[in-house]
Design a protein around this ligand. Structure first.
Ligand SMILES: Cc1cc2nc3c(=O)[nH]c(=O)nc-3n(C[C@H](O)[C@H](O)[C@H](O)COP(=O)(O)OP(=O)(O)OC[C@H]3O[C@@H](n4cnc5c(N)ncnc54)[C@H](O)[C@@H]3O)c2cc1C
Length: 498
């Protein structure tokens, strides 16, 4: 997603550090330890795979989508080519007690979740293979591939495996769930996982499936984010998207003026409440961009239907609202994944926050009010803001359960994942205190409806999304089993709650 002046073209300080004597000792120890671990890793893996400086190091640093992450400086970056390389790195990290992080597509908006200061960054930039096995009807992905690359590589076979809705996003999405245009029919993207190779925190490599001795780990990976190990291979069930050069889907983008916000909020609540068609998917994004000091609203929806038209009983409300642009037509899956552009803009601080709503229309109007107030009050710090709704119909949760379930374990009813997204002005290296307070206030004033899970891929790092999962107790038990010393929680940033 990108804001540009004068309008948003696609829907999408360092503070004073006072260390006690103890903290200084600890920080110095961590730094020394990470540097010496890096030196050992260079001798074990070679200087082509482990870099501490130079242009290849900077590519890894700058690939983090949010500049709040790309300002961090790892002691070294390990670029594995195989699972064995990841095992070597993880054994060293575990043995030496050093901080670490993992990065695939780099799109995490959570500060510190995909990179690290004074630690080891494992970066999957060179593990990008994609293959389709027609006999097993499965797709195998290495973790460094982006969804746009995977979709393009699979298109000649007439298949795909769903990731997100923008091409630049990476496979880290699977570990938080994954919302795609196929989700209402097939579940979260992670629900299509058949097996995964995982390097555990101590460096052991295991293959987890729904039925083998690691079936608990397998389920925990589907929503457990970066807490359960490093995945080096995903084998996914394929979805058939039709022969190349055919357009089996109907969909597109519609843009509305700000004056239609109320009608859009009403239509969204109705859609969330009443639409049960697994062939239909939508993303509703209300945006404010800072255009020469004025806060300008532009709202948009993407629509997707497996069929030859957009059924009026599903999308009629949105089609009737007066719009400023309607670009809907027959499309293929690659086009669907490009409706909002690739989402590859970097160089800004970016933060997310999440909620989850039932179909109660008052929730949508209240959230919009909070969002608009925030966007106006803090405009001088912001390029723009988005309030986005992804309807998650009951069929999505049912499809996931049919495939063995995931850690999120949402209740069996329609709801919407709600994303509150902020893009900051170019030169901001940290979020000013009042703006951060404002963000937290917005999130506290649009709380989730009772019983609904927060979508961890779009949450704020202070939100305890795990505790909102139906599978929270299961997740805690499984974490204890696979990481009894709590190494991951102590040495890498990620979701709180375990
Ligand atoms: C522009 C934009 C559009 C988006 N659109 C969608 C969408 O349509 N649908 C959707 O569901 N989400 C969407 N998201 C959210 C997206 O799911 C998350 O940002 C996701 O975490 C990105 O994965 P990544 O590999 O790109 O990021 P990364 O930052 O590389 O990884 C995300 C997290 O996963 C961890 N991780 C990555 N790879 C591994 C691995 N192999 N093993 C263990 N841990 C790993 C990282 O350490 C990090 O904590 C979008 C985000 C952005 C910025």
């Amino acid at each position: 997603m990108r804001f540009s002046r004068p309008c948003w073209t696609h829907a999408f300080a360092i503070s004073t550090l006072i260390l006690s004597h103890l903290d200084v000792a600890q920080a110095t120890w961590d730094l020394n330890s990470a540097n010496s671990t890096c030196t050992k890793l260079v001798s074990q893996l070679g200087s082509a795979l482990v870099v501490q400086t130079g242009p290849v190091y900077m590519i890894g640093v700058e690939s983090a989508w949010s500049s709040f992450n790309s300002i961090r400086r790892p002691s070294c970056i390990v670029y594995p080519r195989t699972s064995t390389h990841v095992q070597v790195a993880m054994r060293a990290i575990y043995r030496d007690n050093v901080h670490y992080a993992v990065q695939s597509g780099g799109h995490s908006a959570m500060r510190g979740w995909n990179t690290v200061d004074d630690g080891v960054l494992i970066h999957f930039r060179f593990m990008k293979n994609v293959s389709y096995d027609a006999i097993k009807d499965t797709v195998t992905l290495e973790p460094g591939v982006r969804w746009g690359e995977a979709t393009a590589a699979l298109q000649p076979f007439g298949v795909t495996t769903p990731g997100g809705r923008l091409g630049d996003i990476g496979t880290g999405l699977l570990l938080g769930g994954g919302l795609s245009y196929f989700s209402p029919a097939y579940g979260f993207s992670a629900d299509l996982l058949k097996e995964a190779d995982v390097v555990l925190v101590d460096g052991r490599l295991v293959t987890a499936t729904a039925t083998n001795q690691y079936s608990d780990l397998f389920r925990a990976l589907k929503g457990g984010a970066n807490r359960f190990g490093i995945v080096t291979r995903y084998e996914m069930y394929a979805i058939h998207t039709g022969p190349p050069n055919t357009t089996p889907f109907y969909g597109g983008l519609i843009i509305y003026p700000e004056a239609q916000a109320e009608a859009l909020l009403n239509a969204t609540a109705r859609y969330v409440r009443d639409v049960h068609d697994p062939n239909a998917a939508m993303l509703i994004a209300l945006t404010f961009s800072n255009t020469n000091g004025a806060v300008v609203g532009t709202h948009m929806v993407t629509l997707f239907y497996r069929g030859t038209s957009l059924p009026a009983e599903v999308f009629g409300d949105f089609l009737r609202i007066p719009n400023s642009l309607n670009r809907t037509s027959p499309i293929d899956y690659t086009q669907a994944c490009n409706l909002l552009g690739p989402g590859d803009d970097r160089g800004h601080g970016q933060l997310f926050g999440a909620s989850a709503f039932s179909g109660d229309v008052g929730l949508y109007h209240n959230a919009y009010l909070q969002f608009k107030n925030f966007s106006t009050t803090f405009k001088s710090s912001l390029n723009g803001t988005v309030l986005a709704f992804t309807p998650i119909p009951e069929s999505q949760t049912a499809a996931g359960r049919q495939r063995g379930g995931n850690a999120i374990d949402a209740p069996l009813r329609n709801y919407a994942a709600v994303q509150f997204y902020n893009q900051f002005v170019d030169d901001l290296t940290s979020v000013p205190g009042p703006v951060e307070n404002g963000r937290q206030l917005v999130l506290s004033r649009m709380p989730r409806s009772p019983g609904l899970p927060l979508y961890i891929n779009e949450c704020d790092s202070k939100q305890n999304a795990f505790s909102t999962y139906g599978g929270y107790d299961f997740l805690k038990r499984t974490y204890k089993k696979y990481d009894p010393t709590r190494f991951n929680v102590r040495f890498t940033d990620g979701p709180i709650g375990l």
